[in-house]
Design a protein around this ligand. Structure first.
Ligand code: UDP
Length: 394
């Protein structure tokens, strides 16, 4: 591919959206390189041998409150309506999580449950969504008892498995993703747009990247194509054994510390080991996802069959168990969740400041911006970054 305008490193959400915008809106020639053997990043899905669509990197449930994101993606896929519901295994029962009024009734004797519900409604109002760390500040003994129950039974162990620390040691924004709900709404998300790409995420990404001026190269580590000369603020393109100065844009969506061989120290991530199991029965569990806040090393089990419409004919079902662990690149782990500590944030900012010294380089997405992005956040972020690039490129 001659006369490239941009090279995009990574074919996940951020890279694919940015590549598509540059190609379709600016007519640019774009090369997308991806070190994995597939596009779509962690959204990648595929049919297993039973015809069940599995998500290789864990369940991805699309939801957004941003109309612009919904409209943008709708150019590339039809949608299958889907609202996610999760149960949590508490005291041998499966109760709705986010913990709601029904969960309270399932976990407490009738009279006490009624009193707790009344206290919650009086204090916060019907339909309120209260972060567990906020509920824990309540002085009313009944609310304090409820908060303590939910905290201990639903959050403490799940969070120590997921993050390696207790809920008060991580950013409050993380547990606030799963609030206590003062209603009977048992949906995991409340966004107005909730759906799955009708033909899967991989097909949606194929369509996003299917532009006449985009070339995608899989199984291609960045070092095969690019070399950064930080001292002279220049980027070289490697091709057919030769190097030439590259003056186009480079959109980098990998881990930002990898740009510098992590010379200030590696940024911390939590990782997951996914264990897929084929169960020889048509259904395994009553909801797509069941959380295990207490008794097991895994945090949750997801059964993919629940995501499919029409229902697959298979007599077997596939589930995935998620075992959290610290990210260890030497063990072949994938970096999933940035771990926010003050030190880590400073380290990230140091890397980001150095990356900024290369004017043609744009660091984009969850790994390059070290943020806990949901899919729609990543799309919105890439669309914003493109608008900025379009407004400022000379
Ligand atoms: N969480 C928990 N118990 C649960 C569900 C979530 O303690 O049953 C906490 C946990 O710390 C988790 C965070 O809330 O990391 C956010 O949960 P979410 O389901 O949004 O995480 P994700 O799906 O992004 O892994």
């Amino acid at each position: 591919m001659k006369g490239l305008d941009a090279i995009v490193v990574g074919a996940g959400v951020s890279g694919a959206v940015m590549a598509e915008r540059m190609a379709s809106q600016l007519g640019w020639k774009v090369l997308v390189i991806e070190q994995r053997s597939h596009i779509g990043g962690n959204c990648f899905d595929e049919l297993d041998k039973d015809g069940i669509r599995i998500h290789r990197y864990g369940p991805h449930l699309f939801h957004t409150d941003r109309e612009a994101v919904w409209k943008y993606l709708s150019n590339f896929t039809r949608w299958q309506p889907y609202e996610h519901r999760v149960l949590s295994s508490i005291d041998e029962k499966l109760v709705p999580i986010p913990f709601n009024l029904t969960s309270i009734e399932q976990c407490f004797p009738v009279e006490k449950a009624q009193q707790m519900i009344e206290a919650l409604v009086t204090r916060f109002g019907i339909d309120a969504r209260v972060p567990i760390l906020e509920l824990r500040k309540e002085a009313d003994p009944l609310l304090a008892e409820l908060a303590d129950f939910i905290y201990q039974k639903a959050f403490v162990n799940y969070t120590s498995k997921q993050w390696g620390v207790s809920p008060d040691a991580i950013s409050p924004a993380v547990t606030a993703r799963v609030p206590v709900v003062v209603s009977r709404d048992d949906r995991y998300f409340t966004d107005p747009w909730q759906a799955l790409p009708a033909d899967g995420y991989t097909a949606m990404f194929r369509s996003i990247l299917d532009q006449p001026t985009i070339e995608v190269r899989l199984n291609t580590p960045m070092s095969e194509v690019l070399r950064f000369d930080w001292q002279h603020q220049q980027i070289y393109r490697r091709e057919a054994g030769a190097e030439s100065l590259f003056t186009g844009k480079v959109i980098y969506t990998g881990m930002i510390d990898q740009l510098f061989a992590a010379d200030l120290g590696a940024l911390r991530y939590r990782s997951l080991r996914f264990s897929f199991e084929r169960k020889d029965q048509p259904w395994w569990q009553p909801a797509t996802t069941v959380n295990y806040p207490n008794d097991h090393d895994y945090t949750r089990i997801t059964e993919f069959r629940h995501l499919m419409q029409p229902e697959p004919a298979a007599a077997a079902t596939t589930v995935v168990y998620e075992f959290p662990k610290e990210f260890d690149p030497a063990a072949g782990d994938e970096p999933y969740y940035p771990v926010f500590t003050e030190n880590g944030q400073h380290r990230f900012e140091d890397y980001a400041a150095r990356a900024k010294t290369m004017p043609q380089l744009h660091c984009l997405g969850r790994l390059a911006q070290y943020k806990y992005f949901d899919m729609d956040d990543a799309v919105a972020n890439a669309l914003d970054a493109f608008d900025h690039l379009e407004a400022t490129h000379g």
